[in-house]
Design a protein. Structure first.
Lengths: 138, 138
């Protein structure tokens, strides 16, 4: 699997393209000399862990014939400096589901994702504590 | 730092928004039941490590008054299954620079990034071997 990036302009922004032909822009924040034109590399890790577990939860709840009307995820990260770099010391996810969904099933799906299936969670879990809450609105 | 995701449609795609107001779509591939509408969560890790180190390299070469005309990065990942999830076992980056750039300076910048500065490389490095090559066209 190969992804290609190309610097755009004279600053820090790059455009990335995946094999499926999708494109996205990454950049650094204005505070770090960038222009905030896209997601930062560290933000991509938060999107990755939220997206990966969100996809798992949809998968599991679909198999259990739960009817999802809407699904929003908030993901917050707390950084910690380590020498010259930094990690996400703590990541907190909030899964907000609406639909004909059994709350225990949704909580079990989120647990299963982080314990067994979500590759991004397993990878980032080496340096981050990952917490989550689940709310279901019927 | 908070990022919000919202499921779009009835399948696996989510749209993410960062505090700067940028948006991106994530999805799974058609092979996994998705529609390939965006980057997959695991692809985001590759974009993250390429972007993070690319930004570092631009930073360092700018300080050294090297003149970058263009900068492309190829990043390839090799997956390995571990129980029910998978990791990027090996990630290979190819930094392709054009400009009035000293090749040793560019190689040193790439090394410094992965050894000291690039947070995403440090985080993913717990489960991935990360290799890179640098080419400079004057």
């Amino acid at each position: 699997m190969k992804i290609e990036l190309k610097r755009t302009g004279d600053n820090f922004a790059f455009e990335a393209a995946n094999p499926e032909g999708n494109k996205m822009v990454i950049d650094t924040s204005a505070a770090n000399g960038g222009e905030g034109k896209g997601f930062s590399p560290m933000q991509l890790l938060l999107v990755g862990v939220a997206g990966c577990s969100g996809i798992d939860i949809v998968h599991i709840l679909k198999k259990q014939r739960q009817e999802i009307i809407s699904f929003e995820i908030e993901v917050e990260g707390l950084r910690e400096k380590v020498e010259e770099y930094s990690i996400w010391k703590e990541i907190t996810l909030h899964y907000k589901l609406k639909g004909k969904i059994d709350k225990e099933k949704a909580e079990r799906a989120a647990s299963l994702s982080h314990e067994k299936y979500c590759s991004v969670s397993k990878i980032i879990g080496h340096t981050s504590k990952i917490n989550f809450t689940v709310t279901v609105e019927n």
